[in-house]
Design a protein around this ligand. Sequence first.
Ligand SMILES: [Zn+2]
Ligand SMILES: [Zn+2]
Length: 449
Amino acid sequence: MSLAETLDMRPGKGANLILRGATVLDPAAGIEGTHDVVIRDGRIADLAVPGSGEAGGLEVVEAEGLHAFPAFFDPHVHLRVPGREDEEDIETGTRAAAAGGYCGILAMANTEPTVSTAADIEALREGAREQASVPVGFLATVTRGMEGEELTEMADIREAGAFGFSDDGLPIRSARVLRRALQYQRLCGGTIALHEEDPELSGDGVMHEGPVSAALGLAGIPSVSESTMIARDAALARYEDGQIHVQHLSAQESVAAVRVAKAAGARISCEATPHHLCLTDEEVRALDASRFKMNPPLRSEADRQALLEGLRDGTIDCIATDHAPHAEEEKEVPFEQAAMGVTGLETAFAALHTDLVLNEVIDLSLLVERMAGGAEPFGLERPTLAPGSEANVVLCDLSAEWTVGEEGYESRSLNSWCAGRTLTGRVLVTVAGGQVAYRLRSFSLGVAQ
Ligand SMILES: [Zn+2]
Ligand SMILES: [Zn+2]
């Protein structure tokens, strides 16, 4: 089933476009070449020889020199609904996703109140059918109110259409509770996504524990706070034959733990964020360091290199933004008091393209493949440009430079980790769930023929 059929979005007209002479790259489907991408009634009708695509009734986009990829999928977004609509909501969050080239996202459940019942999921799905410009799926919490004790009614919640369960924001402290959740998962399905952190080890740490935290005199969060919990939970998943997804991997020990678990046959997938792939704890030396405060924290260069290696060798399945909007008053305070989290949907591709692809750290096809890799761990169809598929396409200008925040954001919040940076590579058009979800204002499309 396609993303629009599986997830929820605002109903609309199927896209009718032809991207003339685009450089097309869909590594997972083995598609690479210059084509007229013919999109008719919201589906990829054809990848035609340049100049030969049948344009009757279609809007023509002169796409020579531009790149068409499968649109991206983000399995880790905080839409802040219900409760903190001053920071984000379904409409603004999915608009930010569309602007970033995403054709699907999964929203986390650590809202105020938490998403912990079938009725909560139904209400969110209804909201998405009214407001979402890209297909959205919702997760519910593993434990009631994220209190870490009583499980939610997982079977009912699944029946209401949740794609999985996560107490993200907090770890599941009790191994007994997670074990029981994995046993219920056997009956009702739904991937369990885990924020891995041992609260005993993290203590009141505010940044990565290492030479930088020592120099700044700030309490540290050690790498093993994450990796020991991953090892524990992978062992539980193996024992119960459960399926888990590890969120926002940050440390080299964590990459090693996932690698070992995969080799042992655990059903485990994992993600890394653009900020952990691009930045280190050195950023915390900056005056406006609360922009770089997140959980898990930015870690050392050795950790960053291990994440990159994990991305290359497939230990890390996908890139997820952990888009975490915050109100300004939560960020514009001393570092120790600042809220943890940064936005990322609008800048993920451009930041990774600028920092990693243009600097020849990873190649473009790996980035494109991993940006769309977040669907499969949740049992969803990977976006593809293969003819016959639902149109989930992002058209990018890889040479366009833009300054983040200069034209504002689609997100309601401003806490971008790359605010003010000039990035190379810009999303021009996003087709999501078969509909045109975004077009850059200054990029004009052709006229209907
Ligand atoms: Zn988290
Ligand atoms: Zn998160």
